[in-house]
Design a protein around this ligand. Structure first.
Ligand code: SAM
Length: 482
């Protein structure tokens, strides 16, 4: 039997089934233990320091106790602390991105994904470089600066060379004032050598969802294809980090397995990366299973309701305070509104989840990976964020200034965010307003910028930010950053 060891490089030792089951039993036994719950909540709260804030985070066991707890006032307290942490480390900024689907050719048999290779009804499509260019122009014309590329796994149709060529094309397109400044990559688990190539191609975060941490379920849900190999998939982030990628993004597809099991596994994965590489995941995504071409979520037994989903999100926020959290357009405006208060720091906007979806007037459904619940335009999402007190940010400065991995985490902890990320967000928002926004969004936007500029503590930084914003308004000068 595998023994639990967060420092091990073996999947079944750092995501250890026995440890998860013991954790769940411990959480169940203590879910009404108010003294323990208060102690855990106290540990999770951000503490003021001279420089800013610091936060201890929680172990997978501690966080699992909070997730199991159903005492209403304690759950409210979890939500309050989640919001405090979000504001302490990420402020009211929300980073914006869009997915770009390159190819839906896939050799895997994932039973929840319409791209599975037995699906003969879905048209198969792979973008040519001209089509990639056209998609990128459409995305730039919406105002996007940051993309997450998505692809099925198919070594013949979508080999790593194809992905690298697409990345090169994406970075090469500059339409009007448009510019894609960060390409995150969500492709299947691969080799250290290929991760090195992705790093050299200048990618931001490498994202790979575990789907489920439960080995047996994993094998049943991925019956055929290379993705069937649980260890290869689970150890992918280690290989990515060995290949030099220090920003990695974790995630579980909620709805496939029991959420408490997934939650403990997810946090153990984060602890493992911290233990081995000294830096936790850059982001955690919280996707839920959605209806798709030949997929009916009701066929899966482990769907979670909105309240449980909110609690999971808040508990992740408490456990890994410095990790960005992502919510996609799989979720409705209503759910996204709620989760934004519980720790989410990145959202997608104006998304289309089909291959070639951005270049058609009407939203195409034939090659869609899943139904999009939030179908608003990027302009509407940007305005909505501001009307709810957030700053939509198109900033990509950290990664371009080499502030990745533990250097990003140090910035997060240093209390310098208001002198760095905050002005960067405002400058990139002002680019968006000048180049792409509707009049209504522009009006709300400049009021937001004026108000938020005053929150920059360093006078010198405030002056420079004001000057740069004036330049953005009065000229075609772009891409200012601290
Ligand atoms: N093919 C890549 C891989 O194997 O990891 C990743 C790209 S895939 C386009 C991105 C993610 O979409 C998957 O990791 C999965 O979690 C999610 N996904 C697949 N089917 C879904 C569905 N029906 N509803 C919601 N999300 C789904």
């Amino acid at each position: 039997m595998a023994i639990y060891n967060p420092k091990s490089k073996k999947a079944e030792e750092f995501i250890n089934d026995a440890e998860i089951l013991e954790t769940l039993a411990y959480a169940e036994a203590n879910k009404n233990n108010v003294a323990l719950i208060d102690e855990i909540l106290d540990k999770a709260r951000p503490k003021k320091t001279e420089a800013g804030y610091t936060c201890a985070g929680l172990s997978h066991r501690e966080a699992s106790v909070l997730l199991a707890c159903d005492i209403p006032e304690k759950v409210e307290e979890i939500y309050r602390i989640a919001e405090e942490i979000k504001l302490a480390f990420y402020g009211n900024r929300i980073v914006i991105f869009a997915p770009l689907y390159l190819s839906n050719y896939c050799v895997n048999g994932c039973v929840y994904c319409p791209y599975h290779h037995q699906n003969k009804c879905i048209p198969r499509k792979k973008l040519t470089q001209d089509e990639v260019r056209a998609e990128v122009i459409a995305l730039q014309d919406m105002g996007h600066k940051r993309l997450a590329i998505e692809s099925g796994e198919d070594p013949v149709n979508n080999p790593i060379e194809y992905i690298l060529e697409c990345i090169k094309t994406i970075y090469s397109v500059h339409h009007k004032n448009g510019d894609i400044r960060r390409v995150n990559v969500n492709i299947a688990a691969t080799t250290v050598e290929n991760y090195r190539k992705l790093k050299e191609a200048g990618i931001g975060t490498y994202i790979l969802f575990q789907e489920t941490y439960h080995k047996e379920s994993y094998e049943t849900l991925h019956p055929t294809g290379p993705k069937h190999n649980y260890a290869y998939h689970t150890e992918a982030m280690d290989r990515a980090m060995e290949g030099g990628i220090d920003d990695v993004g974790l995630g579980v597809l909620f709805g496939l397995e029991l959420y408490k099991y997934e939650f403990a596994g997810l946090l153990m994965h984060a602890e493992h990366l911290e233990a081995v590489f000294g830096v936790g995941p850059h982001t955690i995504s919280v996707p839920r299973l959605k209806r798709a071409d030949d997929i009916n979520p009701d066929d899966f037994d482990n769907g979670i309701d909105d309240d449980t989903f909110a609690k999971i999100t808040a508990c992740i926020r408490l456990a890994v305070p410095y990790t960005g959290m992502i919510i996609s357009t799989r979720e409705s405006e209503e759910v996204r509104s709620r989760l934004l208060k519980l720790g989410i720091s990145q959202v997608s906007g104006g998304s289309r989840t089909s291959v070639g979806g951005y270049t058609t007037e009407e939203r195409p459904h034939d090659t869609e990976q899943f139904d999009v619940s939030d179908q608003r335009s990027l302009d509407e999402v940007v305005r909505w964020l501001m009307e709810n007190g957030h700053i939509p940010s198109f900033c990509t400065a950290c990664y371009r200034e080499g502030r990745t991995g533990d250097r990003f985490m140090s910035l997060c902890k240093s209390g310098q965010i208001l002198n760095c990320c905050h002005p960067n967000a405002l400058m990139t928002l002002s680019e968006y307003l000048e180049d792409y926004a509707s009049d209504a969004t522009k009006e709300v936007g400049y009021a937001t910028i004026e108000r938020e500029l005053e929150r920059i503590p360093k006078e010198k930084v405030k002056e420079i930010a004001k000057q740069n914003i004036a330049d953005i308004k009065n000229s075609n000068r772009r891409d200012f950053r601290f």
